[in-house]
Design a protein around this ligand. Sequence first.
Ligand code: DX5
Ligand code: ZN
Length: 216
Amino acid sequence: MSIAAPSVLSLDYSRMSEQIRELNESGAKWIHYDVMDGHFVPNLSFGPDILRGIRKASDLYLDVHVMIEDPVRFADIFLDAGADNYTFHIEALKDEKKIKDLAAHIHEKGKHCGLSVKPGTQLDALKPFLNDFDLFLIMSVEPGFGGQKFNPSSTERIAVLKQWLKEAGSHALIEVDGGINAETAELVKQAGCDVLVAGSYVFGQDIRKAVEILER
Ligand code: DX5
Ligand code: ZN
């Protein structure tokens, strides 16, 4: 059974409260919230205030994905604003100790933490961290924008990571993000993916129907 995580990057912000209500009633359990700083990725999105607003309007699990240069500085800010999970990029911190320290800090606050890799980063880079995170996010597009085409090499990366996690005795979830639709959802699920982020696919149609298709 997979989890759909609609990405609010694709939400129609002229009808924000209506769309959050639709999400609440869609059967989705997660909301994926993309934070971009204009440095780590060439785009800007939302800060903690919008997250606080969504937290007030929804009880769904808030899955925050930060595409920012300084995930340490902003961790508490997003956790205190209502994030249930805080996923940052391995490419932003690089240093093994810093990555493990941030994971431990998030756990101390009673929250979940995720580690994300861009499509061009060697999967091997995740190996030292298999037992430190609740979730690993395989980016299936270059982070920064919604509506891009799924990179097919992601399915192989998911399958390899699945095997590594099993061998390490880790129960961490594997999440995929970018270019997910009915067809690519099938491919990543077969490879062992647990959580499917989808923006343009979900908000381009009836939300409930899209969630149903992604989760079946
Ligand atoms: C891209 C973001 C994604 C984005 C996915 O950098 O991390 O979460 O919303 O959008 P789609 O599903 O349209 O590819
Ligand atoms: Zn994302």
